[in-house]
Ligand binder design. Sequence first.
Ligand code: S3P
Length: 441
Amino acid sequence: MTEVKKIAPALCGWTGEIDIPGDKSISHRSVMLAGLGSTPVHIKNFLHAADCLSTVGVMRALGTRVDFLKEDELTVTGRGFRGLSEPASILDAGNSGTTLRLMIGLLAPQPFFSVFTGDASLSRRPIGRVLRPLSAMGARIYGRSDNNNLPLSIVPTGRKLNGITYDSPVASAQVKSAVLLAGLYADAPTSVTEPFVSRDHTERMLTGFGIRVERTGRSVHIFPPEHEEEYRPPEEITVPGDISSAAYFLVGASIIAGSRLLLKNVGVNPTRTGILDILNEMGAHISQRNERTSGGERMADLSVEAADLHGVRFGADIMPRLIDEIPILAVAAISAEGDTVITGAGELRVKETDRLHAIATEFGKVSQGSVEELEDGLVIHGKRPVHGGQVDSHGDHRMAMSLAVLGAAAGGIDIEDPSSVNISYPSFFTQLERLSKASEE
Ligand code: S3P
């Protein structure tokens, strides 16, 4: 039987303070990059969620020692810059595109054989975008004959990969990071140019680990270390809160009357803050306090209170800075005055599910005619009535959480397949229910 989660309406505003769990992208990278060192790295505020645990499983299978001290705190001890070892069995990336794509980049230059698998959703997602540049570097990666897809095998080449200059057709941090990680072991520097700059956590973390990485405009250049000792992980990494997780509360508190929330220690890396720019343009009341930098990443506390939102237009240029926030921005748009037009969002069709189609279908079930699906975007008509009903998460964590906020702000909603939230935010429903309960008291 399909699992269904009932979301109650918030009867009055969301108030108080909440802690946002660690950033998913930075958590993945902290374990991967710490695993290439030879000294223990203590990672704090790690995101203990299914996707990041896929990365932990893969790194352990490659000989890296990972010890959890608490759910969100661990030490990672590698065996050195060339210390990864051949896995005894097939590596499983689960639902995680970041694990699969970044690890392919890291494994392509290694002198051993490895095979990757993943779940049904990951097996449908494009991988050619990573294989093309890696093949140009000389990597030997083979997938299923129909679509070069999972399972994939990575075969040692017997020589160093070539440094390349790659002009990527997609603005994707996963593609860029895969090429940079392969470039870390290449025979010469590697450059990647993107149509628009995507999240730059890999570049920042590598710089913090002693690797020379330079940016010129939309291009990033990595210089492989001449001596292994140049690769020096820090003793400690504190992962900032995930702005993509904060987004559900930023939007919920903006549209539920009487709300006033403080979200502490949220990452505000400029390549991730498109959600703040668009919400502010829509008329939201969000402010940043206590700004600081930790491990090369900017953090701040965000305060948000309810406001009257209005529709906006945005497109391809801002997309990489809010790529994961379109489902929750659609919730803001449905509550706003006027129309919101989103274009240049074709990448959403190849996420955990086709998110453009999923938003149009599921939002349409509880608010008929409010969302029109475009080939590369959405038109959302604001202030149409939203009624209760049963909707489907499509097995996609960001759909499940966005639909929950939509329901909490309206008359409640029932969500099929809610456990997908475990991919990035296992405590989401508990935090949401606590806010909604507090608002009833
Ligand atoms: C991620 C990059 C983005 C994003 C994903 C995490 C990363 O994907 O959607 O959730 O950690 O590099 P693309 O780079 O493929 O757009």
